[in-house]
Design a protein around this ligand. Sequence first.
Ligand code: ADP
Ligand code: MG
Length: 359
Amino acid sequence: MEIAKIKPQYNRRQKGIRATAYITKVAFLATLSFVLYTYLRFPIFPIPPFNVLEMDFSAVPSLLGGFALGPVAAVIIECIKVGIKMAAQGSATGYVGDLSNLIVSLAFVMPATIYYRFNKTRKGALIGMIIGVAANALVASLSNYFIIVPMYAKLFSPALMEVRTLFAFGYGLAFNLIKTVCTCIIVFFLYKRLSKVLHLGIKPNSKRIPKKQLTLENGKSVLTHSASETAEAARLLAATLRGGEVILLSGELGAGKTTFTKGLAEGLGIKSTVQSPTFTIIKEYTGEKFKLYHIDMYRISDESELSELGLEDCFADNAVTVIEWNRMPDIPKDKIIKISIKRLGDDDRALTAEGIIEK
Ligand code: ADP
Ligand code: MG
């Protein structure tokens, strides 16, 4: 079972405020995008017929919105932009032009914001935008070749068909690359400046439980009310470890054993994401002071399988080992810390510890 990302917690009032903030931001960005799309456009090649390729910056708000609020926001902004234009102005091209414009824009903002959604770093934003630029170039060229040029030729000037290839894969391609690259550069410089405003809203429950209440002590129960609190308790425990400890986690499926391990890993300075080792049985991470071995013995049925795993490394002094569903009978007692996690409700857990080395 993969562990779900530890989500911030919001109460109902906070959820309402967040939803309102989201809608307000999307509406504002969509309006801005529409205005840029409709009123601020200019040709970049002065020679007919290529002067129909008009530059605009309407993807700036949608890309910004997509980075700050997620890919869905980017799609909504693009749809509203094109939707209002079609409704307000009608279309000389029977809407085919607007619709293909929408598809071409989505080919740009969707890959960029979806990639960023899963890689939220500066590098992630850059790679996302490169993918977006490439996808846009491909989709736009094909759309020009198969839809736009034939349509304009039919409606306005049959001579256009003679320059169809040059239009789609020459000027059109260059035009779209210029347009999306300019958009990316603008967004790249604006995002940092605007991200405070774009993230205005409400912070996760700030009423944090004092550290002391989340500190695990032998024989005492710590109550947690969210995954992040369980992770925090583990983080605090991590700070007290000296190396060589073997932490045995018990608790039913979904109790929070992997969540606990995730917090422990963070506390040990491990940067990569801890995932449940149910299928790999053992996973190794390198922290600041110690290695962390995370073992899940759920799928081990007899002791002979254990010897095949080569667990010797795990019990070194420069390592901390976490075992879910322990099946090993012979771990030295003085190294063991037992943590049991009991599910009290949807989000409530009781953590009890045994064997913590006290100062
Ligand atoms: P296990 O490894 O024990 O099977 P996981 O850590 O994978 O359990 O899953 C625990 C689930 O319970 C996660 O989806 C987590 O978000 C959720 N959860 C809700 N409240 C808590 C809490 N107080 N402590 C830990 N997990 C919680
Ligand atoms: Mg687990």
